[in-house]
Design a protein around this ligand. Structure first.
Ligand code: PLP
Length: 409
């Protein structure tokens, strides 16, 4: 770009709301780690929020077959293949105990797209969305893009990074339109117990506040922690609830881009109309693969969960042992969110990082390990490490951080 265009502020040349968006920090960290690795640096990346396993064979086979069927070479209904919407409804009854009609399902390009579609469909300018922090980095951007305002509710590690009904009630204003809820959580690894999920759902239903509940990590809980679906526990929330889900995390299918939302008829119909003008139908071949995933059993999911659980225990144990670092034991998903304030403003690798953004740079430069600074999640002082990577890399990577921090002056 040159000349006159260069002199005009980007917010004047482009849409203000889109120009204000920052790139996803988690994707940026992964991209930087990949780029360094491509130059021969032995980088270990804890940034990626995706399973390292290949997609199970029977799912890949369904996609191969789907490629050969010319029926999949054409546009299909914008809301998704009828068979897939039916299978998602059946899977939701099986896994969440929630009865929904296939017409309440909208198939989207991943769960991220379902979050965006939900807020686009729900919000008017100035509507407020309650967002417990630490939060997944995409939520506030989606709210802002849809013209809404995010009201962040900080939570404490000591309280398991969970909000209470009292916190929500205190933050509620006449403009509160929705609550963004996620359990198991990215980035905290927190899992809300059923009684707390139910209490929050009842509070929302009583106050006619929408809940967008992200259930993408439903199958990834550890120890005694169990997933609970809010609309299953609180049937009166049915008219005020949007469930977001997808195949990415449970079936190692992040690259296939299939997710969905489930909601009341008016919302799904409006969101479908929106989709007819934006993406049309999700690519048919991945939809066929997702059909094989959700209509199959949960054996592969169970195997992957067992591996994540093992890695979780390894990572938690190693992080806990690093002086200056504390960590809540992850209860679900595949992330640890250690507090690293104990090593800030100290001499590490010849530098004195003041923030976790600076610390992450030092860790990448000195130890060749990529971590995501908590600032990306509304959690300065913390860093997120995914444990969805191989056991050896995991040990090596956390070991390098431990060694670097041991040199703190
Ligand atoms: N929701 C949460 C909480 C996530 O962590 C992620 C991915 O990191 C997504 C949704 C997006 O999933 P998808 O790959 O289906 O877009």
């Amino acid at each position: 770009m040159s000349g006159r265009a260069n002199q005009i502020a980007v917010t004047e040349r482009l849409s203000q709301s889109v120009a204000a968006i920052t790139a996803s920090a988690t994707l940026a960290v992964s991209a930087k780690a990949r780029a360094l690795r491509a130059t021969g640096e032995p980088v270990i990346g804890f940034g990626a929020g995706e399973p390292d396993f290949p997609t199970p064979d029977h799912i890949v086979e369904a996609a191969v077959e789907a490629c050969r069927d010319s029926g999949n070479h054409r546009y299909t209904p914008a809301a998704g293949l009828p068979e897939l919407r039916e299978a998602i409804a059946a899977k939701t009854a099986r896994d969440s105990g929630l009865a929904v009609d296939p017409a309440q399902v909208l198939v989207t390009n991943g769960a991220k797209h379902a979050v965006t579609a939900a807020f686009e469909t729900l919000l008017n300018p100035g509507d407020e969305v309650l967002l417990p922090a630490p939060y997944w980095t995409t939520y506030p951007e989606s709210v802002a893009l849809a013209g809404g305002l995010t009201r962040v509710l900080p939570t404490d590690e000591a309280d398991g990074f969970r909000v209470t009904v009292d916190d929500l009630e205190e933050a509620r204003t006449p403009h509160t339109k929705a609550l963004m809820f996620v359990s198991p959580s990215n980035p905290t690894g927190a899992v809300y117990p059923a009684d707390e999920v139910e209490a929050i759902g009842r509070w929302a239903a009583e106050n006619e506040i929408w809940v967008v509940t992200d259930e993408i990590y439903e199958h990834l809980t550890y120890g005694d922690h169990q997933f609970s679906s809010m609309p299953a526990l609180v049937p009166e929330l049915a008219d005020w609830c949007v469930v977001v889900n997808g195949v990415s995390k449970s079936y190692a299918m992040t690259g296939w881009r299939v997710g969905w939302l489930i909601g009341p008829a008016d919302l799904v119909s409006a969101a479908t109309n929106l989709q007819t003008h934006t993406t049309s139908n999700v690519s048919n071949v991945p939809q066929r693969a997702a059909l094989a995933a959700v209509s199959g059993d949960l054996t592969a999911v169970g195997d992957m969960r067992a591996a994540f659980d093992r890695r979780r225990r390894t990572m938690f144990g190693m992080l806990e042992a690093i002086p200056g670092v504390t960590c809540m034991e992850p209860e679900g998903a595949f992330y640890a969110l250690p507090c690293m304030t104990g090593v800030l403003d100290r001499d590490i690798g010849g530098r004195r990082p003041q923030t976790t953004v600076e610390l992450a740079e030092v860790v990448l430069d000195s130890a060749k390990v990529a971590i995501v600074p908590g600032e990306a999640f509304g959690a300065p002082g913390y860093a997120r490490l995914s444990f969805a990577l191989g056991d050896d890399d995991l040990r090596e990577g956390v070991g390098r951080i431990a060694e670097l921090f041991a040199s703190v002056g």
